[in-house]
Design a protein. Sequence first.
Length: 183
Amino acid sequence: MRKILLIFFIINFNNFSFGSIKENIINNLQNTDNLSFDFEQNINGKIEKGNCIIEYPKKIFCNYDNANNKTLVSNGKSLVIKTNSGSYYRYSLERTPLNYILDKNFLIDEIQNLEEKIIDDKFINFKILKDDNEINIFFNSTNYNLIGWQTLDIYQNLSITYISSLKINQLIEKNIFKLPASN
């Protein structure tokens, strides 16, 4: 009888610990209005660095530290990439994986229904498959904060984004998400 109780306890303890990981990540996301962070992005071996601000739902502003000082901004509907030369490229946000990454309610719903993968006891990964997009979202296993994502970009290039120096719920200027006027 003791062996049966011990096995029952171990099984339930493991189920509880998996549930608590999801609960902690979901609670973090629910309590997050915005994120500010530095990033390193690797697209097919080309590395770019910069900093970003995400405001849920679906807004992002990023400055890249590269030769043409690229800026990426989304107002929640469109995504614009602007270069220092003044040229810019406009995309429908719905046609990019960022549409899902920038939607914390979507992430919460998906995480609730997915099994997490723990990597080296440091990272928690969820693989999301949605509308021909494969999105891998990574969280820190200690504080359950977002630490990055991996997607295929709109040109089907592998894009890996690492987050560092994360700050949550900072005071941000709302006009940074304003898109440039059309030429």
